[in-house]
Design a protein around this ligand. Structure first.
Ligand SMILES: NC(=O)NCCC(=O)O
Length: 387
């Protein structure tokens, strides 16, 4: 099969090709456990998924029983989806079409008892930053506290008693109408408990996001919710180990990575980075990517000598969840909308810290000193001459 759009999923390719002991051994080595611990999904939700053309998969990550702590079972949900209509339509129509298509997926998450749900980066709009055009795309920017996306999700958060992370294009009207790439955290009562702005902005390929917004100014907040301590590392921030590290230092137990990235650029990195972060920081990570192709009315170039084009390329989905011990779920489809659920016991975070001691051995003070020196203008790299 030719590489690209046709391949439904890497994980399916493997499970179709292998069986029996070979598949078990592959799973043990690649996923970190021979069985995926699949959980049953309610028949009504499977029906709903089929009717609305999305997948649902659910997996379990148990921890060892402890004498001194009760299990802390939490259901995490992540949704990947494509846009729902032409990028030439009026802004409100494009946004409403996304609301309409994502509603049954969120309802399924709610009906499956998901406690914390996260959507893709800039979920309520096409990823128009490739174009470098300000109009009409800046009109998608909305107030984090009162905008249409937040209002839409607040009701669902209340209805399903669910924390929802809503990554949007934010317009901060109070501070000069500035635009940010922001994840808004809505608690299970529908209250906005805070927001985080993307810390690292890409300047690669068609990802011309720096034309629209700056590096975030909200630090590395960890939101202490009813369902655990959660944080959000938005898309390109996953390439920066220190970004993950700071969320870990601040006590995160689950870090979501809402993303928008395309096959030509990053597909070979995708399965590594969020997974590695889970291992290095003893927390759960959830890598969530957009699906589909997005075409824009006017051509744009990427500064790479290639012809001008209107299409961003293939957003390859493949969302997955990794536990602190490095075991992971299979990824969702590369081409289809989907809901991935992981039932996790948050006690696993401490159990992995006790086993591996990464937190204890990371030598923060040592590296803090070294990095401070390395950032100085006259720093001399420690290189030993071979001559
Ligand atoms: N949205 C975003 O930051 N994409 C950058 C490309 C990547 O990180 O793979």
């Amino acid at each position: 099969m030719a590489a690209g759009l046709q391949l439904e999923s890497f994980d399916k390719l493997v499970s179709d090709a292998l069986s029996g002991a070979d598949l078990d051994e592959f799973n043990r080595i690649y996923y970190g456990r021979t069985s995926h611990h699949e959980l049953e999904v309610k028949a009504a939700n499977l029906e709903q998924a089929q009717k609305n053309n999305f997948d649902i998969e659910a997996y379990d990550f148990p921890a060892q029983e402890e004498d001194t702590r009760s299990p802390r079972i939490v259901k995490i949900g992540i949704i990947q989806h494509c846009i729902a209509t032409s990028t030439s339509k009026p802004i409100q129509a494009q946004r409403q079409a996304i609301f309409d298509k994502i509603l049954p997926i969120i309802e399924c998450a709610g009906n499956e008892g998901v406690n914390v749900l996260c959507l893709i980066e800039a979920w309520s709009m096409p990823f128009a930053f490739c174009t470098r055009e300000k109009a009409p795309w800046c009109q998608f920017a909305e107030c984090a506290e009162t905008g249409p996306s937040v209002q839409f999700l607040q009701n669902l958060a209340i209805k399903y008693n669910m924390v929802i992370i809503s990554p949007i294009l934010e317009r901060d009207e109070t501070h000069g109408d500035t635009i940010w790439n922001t994840a808004v955290v809505i608690n299970e009562c529908g209250k906005i408990i805070g927001k985080h702005r993307k810390n690292h902005i890409p300047r690669v390929g068609d990802f011309n996001e720096s034309t629209y917004y700056f590096e975030g100014n909200t630090g590395h907040p960890v939101f202490d919710t009813k369902y655990g301590k959660i944080a959000i590392n938005i898309c390109y921030g996953r390439h920066h180990p220190q970004n993950w590290l700071m969320f870990g230092i601040n006590g995160a137990e689950i870090v979501f990575n809402p993303s928008a990235t395309v096959g030509g650029l990053s597909e070979h990195l995708w399965s590594i980075e969020a997974r590695n972060a889970a291992i290095a920081n003893s927390f759960f990570t959830c890598a969530i990517n957009r699906v589909g192709r997005e075409e824009f009315p006017n051509e744009f170039t990427s500064g790479d000598g290639k012809p001008a084009h209107k299409d961003f390329g293939h957003f390859f989905g493949s969302s997955y969840i990794t536990a602190p011990d490095g075991s992971r779920t299979p990824g969702l489809s590369r081409i289809k909308d989907g809901l991935l659920i992981a039932q996790v016991d948050l006690n696993l975070c401490r159990q992995v810290k006790d086993k591996w001691g990464f937190r204890m051995t990371q030598r923060l003070d040592y590296y803090a000193g070294l990095i401070k020196k390395a950032a100085e203008i006259d720093y001399k790299p420690q290189v030993v001459s071979g001559n």
